[in-house]
Design a protein around this ligand. Structure first.
Ligand code: SAH
Length: 252
């Protein structure tokens, strides 16, 4: 059987207990070498075969899974963050379906959660934004036109931009075209939860300059919106003394 497992954003102790167990029991581990912390592999079983998928094609990955299945071995396919975001898991699952190989999916802490934690940030502040848009700039992978950054910017909701550190000038331009001002708060989080983690608060107009000045060229998330300053919000009703809930009566 194949287990797709989320490795979390980087720190080994930010993996789920279930994911860790699966890793320790695996006969074969195929890990996304560009972003998965190799420290996660330290507790593997003796004799466990390890493959770095950064050097492999989809066909080669499936081939390893197929051979393992023939030998009744358990495979962990370790993806960075949570496998459901930019993980290219669907194409693997479809190939496994065709081969009749069973699989399941163990979620992980996505880097967008790791980035919020690095900034001690709540993405959904009442009166500021109640939605998070997770997106990316088009690179070699195209983004459907209807999902342009400018169209999302029009919502003025919290935005987390993946896979786009190389396109920050274009990102600023698109955000401004969509209605954000240059001084809209923004942040860059580099390698959230790794020892080399860095956070920078800037604005929509200074994203590219901030990254350049600090030598940030990859493995970063950009967070855009008024939520970045964590101010001007309304306190929650849920914990307000004048508010009754299923569990608590309002104070009079
Ligand atoms: N499935 C992953 C995302 C994979 S796409 C997840 O849930 O996080 C790879 C992109 O994720 C990187 O280009 C970068 O934008 C972001 N990323 C991954 N790990 C990161 C980290 N620790 N800190 C900041 N960004 C990270």
């Amino acid at each position: 059987m194949v287990h797709f497992v989320g490795a979390g954003p980087g720190a080994p102790d930010l993996m789920t207990v279930r994911g860790k167990k699966l890793l320790e029991q695996a006969d074969v581990i195929i890990y996304a070498g560009s972003l998965v912390n190799p420290a996660l592999l330290e507790d593997r079983k003796e004799g466990c075969q390890v493959y770095n998928s950064a050097m492999m094609t989809l066909e080669q990955v499936i081939d390893v899974m197929k051979q393992a299945e023939e030998q009744e071995k358990d495979v962990v396919r370790l993806h960075t963050g949570d496998p459901s975001l930019y993980g290219a898991i669907r194409e693997q699952m479809d190939a496994l379906d065709e081969l009749g190989i069973a699989y399941d999916d163990c979620p992980g802490v996505s880097s967008f959660s790791g980035a919020a934690a690095a900034l001690n940030m709540e993405y959904t502040l009442p009166d500021v934004s109640q939605s998070v848009i997770i997106t990316r700039m088009a690179g070699r992978t195209p983004v459907p036109e209807r999902e342009s950054i400018a169209s999302f910017a029009a919502h003025q909701a919290t935005m987390v931009v993946f896979l786009s550190t190389g396109f920050l000038e274009e990102l600023s331009r698109e955000l401004i075209a969509g209605g954000y001002t240059e001084d809209t708060p923004a942040a860059i989080v580099y390698k959230a939860s790794w020892p080399e983690e860095k956070t920078f608060r800037c604005t929509v107009g200074t994203l590219a300059q901030t990254a350049k000045e600090n030598g940030i060229t990859k493995t970063a998330l950009m967070i855009i919106g008024n939520v970045v300053t964590q101010g001007n919000y309304r306190r929650s009703d849920l914990y307000h003394p004048a508010f009754s809930t299923e569990y608590r009566k309002a104070e009079t």
